[in-house]
Design a protein around this ligand. Structure first.
Ligand SMILES: NC(=O)c1ccc[n+]([C@@H]2O[C@H](COP(=O)([O-])OP(=O)(O)OC[C@H]3O[C@@H](n4cnc5c(N)ncnc54)[C@H](OP(=O)(O)O)[C@@H]3O)[C@@H](O)[C@H]2O)c1
Length: 251
């Protein structure tokens, strides 16, 4: 993997694992980064999942972003479609976390207005760092209780809908500040609209797909303006890192 921006620098050597970690470090304190992969025409799935867009380099970046995170935040639609499992110590991410001197496991936090997470799923029952359900007071109390009984940490943030700023505040109160969010489109849109996104890490796959799920499921209240910070490249895949501005109101 090579760096295209910022550059060219004195050191144009391919990025080894340590250099890749440094390339993706966040400022200290609270930070929310969104990690996505898209085709050149903005599709984020092939046949309903993201795997068909990926590459070895993208999987490397994915592992680094998870290794640097205090929590992996994800919408229930994505956790379900992509068959999410807990982050375990005996995994490539767990080993990288250990090498970086970080706790080997990190919780996965699933955002679900309806508390749809299955209490019997491996994501709940196999987690070492308990899986977190981020939901709201309107969610079925029986479902919430079943998830808590199964070992999940249940955060109720908001009345009729999940209040994302409150949810991030509740995580920060637990010392969970550096958040890597892996989507999906509904969670990205609502997080942008709430003004809580600091960074978008978008891998651009050299593919045209058409007709599939896109990065955002619906229009934002107004465009969000992004600032390009970094571009890496490998096998024609561009690994971009953008700072995210607050969305503008529609004219
Ligand atoms: N290429 C990529 O990088 C990438 C990344 C992520 C996802 N994807 C793809 O995107 C698809 C999933 O799309 P999606 O729109 O269903 O994704 P999603 O945003 O992960 O899931 C939507 C569901 O998550 C919950 N949710 C999301 N945002 C919420 C909010 N602000 N407040 C409360 N609940 C919220 C709701 O769950 P409840 O209905 O349970 O309330 C909602 O129905 C999959 O095909 C996946 O493969 C691709």
């Amino acid at each position: 993997m090579r760096r295209l921006l910022p550059g060219p620098g004195a050191d144009d050597a391919p990025l080894d694992d340590d250099a890749l970690v440094e390339a993706y470090r966040c400022p200290s304190g609270r930070w929310l980064r969104m990690d996505f992969i898209a085709s050149l025409d903005g599709a984020i799935t092939v046949g309903g999942v993201s795997e068909g867009l990926g590459s070895p380099g993208d999987r490397r970046v994915f592992r680094v972003l998870r290794a640097l995170a205090d929590v992996v935040l994800v919408g229930h639609g994505t956790a379900s479609a992509e068959g999410y499992r807990p982050v375990l110590a005996n995994s490539a991410v767990g080993r990288l976390r250990t090498r970086l001197g970080r706790p080997p496991t990190a919780p996965v936090a699933v955002v679900s207005r309806r508390a749809s997470l299955d209490p019997a799923s491996g994501l709940v029952t196999e987690a070492v760092s308990p899986t977190i359900l981020v939901t709201c007071a309107a969610a079925d109390p029986t479902r919430r209780a079943a998830l808590a009984d199964a070992g999940a940490t249940v955060l109720v943030c908001g009345d009729d809908d999940v209040d994302l700023p409150a949810a991030l505040g509740a995580l920060a109160e637990r010392g969970v500040e550096q958040v890597t969010c892996e989507g999906g489109p509904q969670l990205l849109r609502t997080a942008l609209a709430a003004g809580v996104v600091d960074e978008l890490d978008l891998s651009l796959s050299p593919a045209l797909v058409g007709g599939e799920t896109r990065l955002l499921d619906r229009a934002l209240p107004g465009p969000a303006r992004l600032t390009l910070r970094q571009v890496l490249e490998e096998d024609g895949m561009l690994f971009t890192r953008y700072d995210v501005g607050r969305p503008e109101p529609r004219p």
